[in-house]
Write a protein that binds this ligand. Structure first.
Ligand SMILES: CC(C)(COP(=O)(O)OP(=O)(O)OC[C@H]1O[C@@H](n2cnc3c(N)ncnc32)[C@H](O)[C@@H]1OP(=O)(O)O)[C@@H](O)C(=O)NCCC(=O)NCCS
Length: 197
């Protein structure tokens, strides 16, 4: 069984915890996750909401939250990132996958980082953890549906070997789940090359 909590330091110096969501699979865990998603939602720009859902919902419905928190840690699994202080935990990112029923080696994935913490390496750390879990679940591919103009997500997927093909209004991007290596990621976001955009 994999560890469930990792300390991480983002490129901007932010310290956070990356945790396997709902690892005890209790109702309290699911409720806690729903509350975390609901409050992180308020810190997402319309653009981020659009890239994540393909439209711009003002808020998530109870039904959507139930769906997002319905995890079994094998076929439906999520890692979240949060900042911890003495009194509370503040969610800043989440990556999840859901195994595709008639393609058991493939799962659809999505990742979201709240705007204030984007481009500090958190998306990459979350996807790294997701890939490790996918390997344990005997998945071969993590598949994402990404808007063609979502440059950050396309660059992130490419870093992990993602291969894209057009499908309607999206790019269907398959990230291969590589065999186990001695160390696939650390808790420290790697330095980024500078961007011209
Ligand atoms: C896509 C998303 C998850 C990336 O998270 P992040 O924490 O910013 O990602 P990282 O900092 O790890 O960056 C990953 C790579 O993306 C690229 N990148 C990040 N931001 C970028 C930007 N604004 N423009 C171009 N490339 C960018 C970089 O190549 C970066 O690699 P590097 O760190 O080695 O330079 C985040 O932007 C997000 O939540 N967007 C809204 C929701 C979304 O689009 N979800 C994807 C749907 S599946």
């Amino acid at each position: 069984m994999q560890s469930t909590d990792f300390n991480a330091t983002l490129r901007d110096g932010t310290r956070c915890v990356i945790r396997l969501c709902c690892h005890t699979n209790s109702g309290d865990d699911r409720q806690h996750l729903k509350e975390g998603i609901r409050s992180a939602w308020c810190h997402l720009s319309p653009e981020s909401r659009y890239y994540r859902f393909g439209y711009v919902p003002q808020q998530l419905s109870e039904q959507q939250l139930d769906y997002l928190a319905n995890l079994d840690n094998l076929d439906r699994l999520a890692w979240c990132a949060f900042i911890q202080d003495d009194t509370r935990e503040t969610g800043i990112g989440l990556a999840r996958y859901v195994r595709i029923e008639d393609e058991p080696g493939v799962a659809e994935f999505a990742v979201t980082v709240v705007d204030e913490y984007q481009h500090s390496g958190l998306g990459s750390l979350l996807v790294g953890h997701l890939i490790d879990s996918a390997r344990e679940a005997h998945l071969r591919i993590l598949r994402g549906y990404i808007r063609p103009n979502n440059r950050a997500m396309l660059a992130l997927a490419k870093k992990f070997g993602g291969v894209a093909q057009s499908e309607d209004d999206y790019l269907l991007v398959d990230i291969p789940v590589p065999p186990a290596q001695p160390s696939t990621h650390t808790g420290t976001a790697p330095e980024a090359p500078s961007h011209t955009d």
